[in-house]
Design a protein around this ligand. Structure first.
Ligand SMILES: [Zn+2]
Length: 470
């Protein structure tokens, strides 16, 4: 991007026609300030500093762990340090799952170690049995009841790599539902090729849930490398493995959604909300999932609020326990259910710190002129405009589903699932330049939404399609 390009696009914006009655459009002065904000964000290191602080000082922060408690204190202090006007918390209670130890091995003539990790929600236990390999989830689902008695089911499906991350739909289904299907067919244990695209010897954890009435069985993810090895061994002949997991649910825990606000000057009860989730899995330090979402939101809101006191309140929510089932998101959505019309817009970053390449979302027809202004401001960042396409991530998807206007930024997820839920999810994987572009994008949208003349349509739109989650 060059200065000339920015100057040209700004000039064309300022020359655009005034809003018609009922239309929502930003004033030329607001557009000009948003362009300055965007350019400033491209030179600012606040987001990186926030991310470095979270991943270094707190580290891993699985829901219900000691790190979770430290992350809550960290977020409260960070909002204050960044100059947010108001910091508050919402209690979020959930069943606490713990990982203590895990061990896998091939038994018999080809005995050797298998690298694996327990899936979230797995019961503890040690199981030994012959492996039955399935090359699709459907094949396992079709296994006759009792046909896997005493066996360990192995679903061997490679998740495809994709810029838009769609391969995760396949990988996460194998993870969330596979063990239930295995148990229904009589299996004593479940292992899977990971919901991940890397060739590192790092397993990918993630949440699972057993269907009601289905007996929970120990379940684990291999690495892609170990899945290859196990597939070769099964091809050689009957293969027995041992999976020993010490993990499981242990009572309840109450964490907190941590919320920081920059109070609006003239419409303080109208809310522009940005979000990420504060919890992570326990294997890495949660830099990409979702420390970057927390850092992007905090930095974008702070920069937007510093440019000028916003007319509406800019709020950042650092959600508790996304990973184990949107627990914090459900508490937040419940607390906002009577305030949807006052939700100017929601947005969340929870698909990593890859560079944003598309901007879309859902808003009313009247809001289209304002969103076209945002799109024009984002064009020099290489961000394409895809109105009507795009889901708010994770927790804020619940708000979008409840009728809130929502912004959706597609981040380049080509490498995201190499790292997602693994020990390799660490700060060094984040590109500071990509992070700055992301923050510039979120800040620009937040600034326009907070200062535009009129509503973006929350509470007036039909409910969109159900959301996916990652
Ligand atoms: Zn996440």
């Amino acid at each position: 991007m060059t200065r000339t390009l920015l100057a040209v696009s700004l000039a064309s914006l300022l020359a655009s026609s005034p809003a018609f009655a009922g239309e929502t459009k930003a004033s030329p002065a607001t557009v000009q300030a948003a362009a300055a904000l965007r350019d400033q964000a491209l030179k600012d290191n606040t987001g990186w500093k926030v991310l470095e602080s979270l991943t270094t000082e707190v580290g891993q922060r699985m829901a219900g762990s000691e790190g979770d408690a430290r992350a809550v204190e960290w977020a409260k202090a960070k909002f204050k340090e960044l100059g947010f006007d108001k910091v508050w918390t919402q209690p979020v209670t959930f069943p606490k799952w713990e990982r203590r130890s895990e061990h896998g091995e091939v038994l018999g003539a080809h005995s050797q170690k298998l690298v694996l990790t327990a899936l979230g929600g797995s019961p503890g236990g040690t199981v030994e049995g012959e492996v039955v390999r399935f090359d699709s989830l459907e094949a396992l689902q079709n296994a006759a009841p009792g046909s896997l008695a005493g066996k360990i089911a192995f679903v061997d499906v490679m998740m495809p790599r994709a810029k838009d991350g769609h391969g995760y739909g396949i990988g996460s289904r194998v993870r969330t539902t596979g063990a239930s299907s295995a148990s229904k067919a009589g299996a004593i244990g479940y292992v899977m090729r990971p919901a991940g695209t890397d060739w590192e010897r790092n397993p990918h954890t993630g949440m699972t849930r057993f269907e009601n009435g289905v007996k929970p069985i120990p379940e684990a993810s291999l690495t892609n490398i170990d899945a290859d090895q196990l597939a070769r061994l099964v091809k050689l002949g009957p293969t027995r493995i041992r999976v020993a997991l010490d993990c499981g649910f242990n009572g309840e825990y109450t964490s907190q959604n941590v919320i920081g606000e920059i109070t609006g000057s003239s419409k303080p009860d109208e809310i522009v909300a940005l979000a990420g989730h504060l919890d992570s899995w326990d294997l890495g330090t949660g830099a990409i999932d979702d420390g970057s979402g927390v850092a992007i939101s905090m930095a974008a809101a702070q920069l937007a609020g510093k440019m000028k006191r916003p007319e509406r309140t800019i709020r950042v929510v650092a959600f508790a326990n996304e990973e184990q089932g949107l627990w914090g998101g459900r508490v937040y959505a419940e607390s906002q259910k009577d305030k949807i019309a006052k939700s100017q817009i929601v947005m969340e970053s929870d698909s990593g710190p890859g560079r944003v390449y598309e901007f879309g979302g859902t808003w009313s027809k009247d809001a289209e002129p304002a969103m076209a202004q945002v799109a024009e401001l984002l064009k020099p960042l290489g961000i394409a405009y895809t109105p009507g396409k795009g889901e708010a991530e994770s927790e804020m998807g619940l708000m979008q589903g409840a009728g809130s206007a929502a912004g959706a930024f597609a981040h380049d997820a080509t490498r995201y699932f190499d790292l997602h839920h693994t020990p390799n999810d660490t700060l060094d994987k984040v590109d500071p330049e990509d992070l700055r572009v992301d923050i510039a994008a979120y800040a620009t949208l937040a600034f326009i939404a907070a200062n535009v003349d009129g509503s973006l349509g929350s509470g007036t739109m039909p409910a969109p399609e159900p959301r996916k989650r990652r």
